[in-house]
Design a protein around this ligand. Structure first.
Ligand code: B16
Ligand code: MG
Length: 216
């Protein structure tokens, strides 16, 4: 790849272990609506915006509701999720994430957050992670969800870096697609079968030791 000038990080499932809380909140909502929602089905919601996730969930449960009811259900899911993240502790920062952010910044590489979550700032504040990012792009700043590249392109623009000099770290299939659509190098975090389109896949940022980073 071209010279790395910036790293753009997804939040849920890359920096913090919040993907499980999204799942638990959606599962609770599904149960209330009278159907089961599995972890496998949840893969389809990763990196997808709140309203689009609700559409997928309602389709899976074959539930039809009015648009007013949909807004109410989305708010309900968010209140469950908010309750979970309110109790988050710093041990829920994913392995190697904070250390890797430090290394990247020490190397003079710029950093951005590229998340479609509207709760991103709350989470960064709670875990005191704000200062690791030069630019924060979250769900309040984007109009198109991943796989649309908007979130990452806004990150590159905010950092004043050419997209081809950016590396994206993502745990969602649609997130890797968004990075590819942005013309960026992508590193998947998690299951290599699900994230097969990434340039390479690792289990966690702990594996991004300096040697591996120098290979990029
Ligand atoms: P919220 P990311 C995404 O965050 C999550 O992966 C996805 O599951 C969630 O539905 C979406 O944020 C919206 O989150 O309801 O908090 O606005 O992976 O892009 O950091
Ligand atoms: Mg994610």
């Amino acid at each position: 790849m071209s010279k790395i000038e910036a790293c753009i990080f997804d939040l849920d499932g890359v920096i913090v272990d919040t993907a499980k809380y999204h799942y638990l909140a959606w599962r609770k909502l599904a149960e209330e609506l009278g159907f089961q929602f599995t972890e496998e089905q949840n893969e389809r919601l990763k990196g997808v915006s709140r309203m689009e996730s609700l559409d997928i969930l309602l389709k899976l449960g074959e539930v039809k509701v009015s648009s007013e009811e949909k807004s109410r259900l989305a708010e309900k899911k968010n209140s469950y999720y908010f309750e979970y993240i309110s109790n988050m502790k710093s041990n829920e920062i994913l392995p190697g994430a904070e250390e890797f952010l430090k290394i990247v910044r020490e190397k003079g590489i710029k950093t951005a957050l590229g998340s479609v979550s509207k709760n991103a700032s709350t989470i960064l504040d709670k875990l005191s992670l704000n200062d690791y990012f030069d630019v924060i792009i979250d769900g309040n700043k984007v109009t198109h969800a991943k796989p649309n590249p908007e979130v990452f392109l806004l990150g590159a623009k905010g950092l004043n870096v050419n997209p081809k000099n950016c590396v994206v770290f993502e745990d969602a299939k649609v997130g890797i697609e968004a990075a590819i659509n942005a013309g960026m190098y992508s590193i998947g975090i998690g299951n290599s079968k699900i994230l097969s389109e990434a340039n390479f896949v690792i289990n966690s940022l702990e594996e991004m030791k300096l040697e591996r980073f120098n290979l990029l």
